[in-house]
Unconditional design. Sequence first.
Length: 241
Amino acid sequence: MDSLTSVAASGLRARMESLDLLANNVANSSTGGYKADREFYSLYAAPQTDADAFSTMPVIERPWIDLSQGLLQRTGNSLDLALSGRGFFAVAGPRGPLYTRNGSFHVANGQLVTAEGYAVAGAGGQPLTVSASASFEVSPDGSVQQDGNVVGQLQVVDFPAAALSKQGANYFRLADNTVAPGQAADTRVEQGNLEASNAGAAEGAVRLVGLLRQFEMLQKAVSLGTDMNRQAIEQVAKPGV
């Protein structure tokens, strides 16, 4: 494969990976607390052809998670909680602690739980015990009160973005076990609100158009390289030339 076709084909592959990330973002543009996937583009340089200008190939170096704040949407439901600032709610997953920004909770079996039934952790790491029949009030610092009595405090933790990986169903887990959860600083718990996805549908549509245009240009480059190779072979094959 010639250099032009190789570089264009590598660009096509990188755009296909970007399209997969973008499709997932668009599909979750209405998912509460969803954090968009982004990508870093880089160049792969073949070490054996350092002097060749066409030895570098465009690739996606690595995807990353955009943890920027989504808009807070008022619901009026006392069991809907949102975080204003950095951090995550800690919950007890089936295989260990999980973390989420989706605060659409409810009460089941005397515990505050997520939509999947995972118990929301209190400040000490234990499930937060509440009553389904009593009024439910949450202070900005995460303190939970029922009938005027403090029954616990939500565990709100923070990590470097690189230490997290997506678990599915809008949860995160620690990818680096050497990182310990830290207390989220300057974060407020907003009761009666839910955080919207930070992957907007309009933004996704604009990026999709851009990706498709890049894809078309790279496809033309591949076709051009193929035509050039074909013509070169035909010229060499002509007798007497």
